[in-house]
Design a protein around this ligand. Structure first.
Ligand code: NAD
Length: 275
């Protein structure tokens, strides 16, 4: 990986750009992740609930890419929160991925009604100390969820993976996370194609100015804001397009104009409502 990497509070490094496989059909996953690895991606973001860890694992196995050159994330699903259930879940994910350890294991959602995310965070610390995950983190955690696990005094999450794009910048949770050394991963970095980001004048104008596509401009905005991103696409052409971000730079004014698109434009679920 010759692109940018960020240092995590675990001491590990993470490629700032990766490839996400939410809603990638399990039957297509091996082919699509093979495309991504051939094109040069080295960071893959999956989850147990996506049902495609086996396809990711097969693509890794046939790629010939040395394990140490890859960064693989998976996530603990809500119904597996707890202690023994989390231990069983990571073992199941590792078996499907064909790996001895993942680079990053996340609590997928706080699922506050279950009231098991603190116990699950303890379990992830054991998973890390057992060597099954190099780094551990959380996803969709709001400030009060982060405060609760920080108050327990254990390992500080390496990342918080949250919905983030120009129309939903989550500045409160971002500032709190960064103040505690927790890196931000943006899911839905392109607004999942549901939000009309690619038609916004500031995006269209920056794309024209740099000879890039609107998607590349939005992804570049994330990188310049210090976010980790892993856009998803099924098309080899777009997978290549989304990797081609390192030969241009947005000006400060362009970044500011795109940041002005904030409008609480959530396209996914609210963390309070997923249980
Ligand atoms: P995304 O913002 O990456 O959008 C993907 C969609 O954008 C594609 O389906 C396609 O329609 C469009 N697209 C992609 N590249 C394009 C291009 N170059 N030009 C035009 N359109 C393009 O949304 P996502 O897949 O939901 O998010 C990325 C990753 O984040 C996921 O694959 C998954 O790994 C992760 N994620 C995590 C959570 C969580 O709860 N932790 C939730 C959703 C997604």
């Amino acid at each position: 990986w010759t692109g940018p990497v960020l240092s995590l509070n675990s001491g590990a490094t993470i490629p700032q750009l990766g490839f996400g496989v939410f809603k990638v059909d399990p039957a297509e996953t091996e082919r699509i992740v093979t495309d991504a690895l051939e094109l040069g991606y080295r960071h893959i973001d999956t989850a147990a609930i996506y049902g495609n860890e086996e396809g990711v694992g097969r693509a890794i196995a046939r790629s010939g890419v040395p394990r140490e050159d890859l960064f693989i994330t998976t996530k603990l699903w809500n119904s597996d929160q707890g202690t023994q259930s989390a231990f069983d879940a990571i073992d199941s994910s590792l078996e499907k991925l064909g790996l001895e350890s993942v680079d990053l294991y996340l609590i997928h959602w706080p699922a506050p009604e279950r009231n098991t995310y603190r116990e699950s965070w303890e379990a992830l610390q054991k998973i890390q100390s057992d060597g099954k995950a190099t780094s551990i983190g959380v996803s969709n955690f709001l400030v009060d969820h982060l405060e609760a696990i920080l108050a327990d005094g254990g390992v500080v999450p390496a990342v918080n993976q949250i919905e983030l794009h120009p129309a939903l910048q989550q500045r409160g949770v971002v500032d709190f996370s960064r103040a505690h050394g927790i890196a931000i991963e943006s899911w839905g970095p392109l607004g999942q194609g549901k939000y009309p980001l690619f038609d916004e004048a500031s995006v269209v104008e920056a794309a024209a100015a740099h000879g890039k596509t609107p998607a590349q401009v939005v992804l570049r905005w994330h990188l310049q804001n210090g976010n980790i991103v892993f856009p998803k696409s099924n098309s080899r052409e777009r997978i290549a397009e989304n990797l081609n971000l390192f030969d241009f730079e947005l000006t400060e004014a362009e970044v500011a104009d795109i940041s002005a698109l904030e409008r609480d434009g959530r396209v996914g679920s609210h963390p309070s409502e997923v249980n």
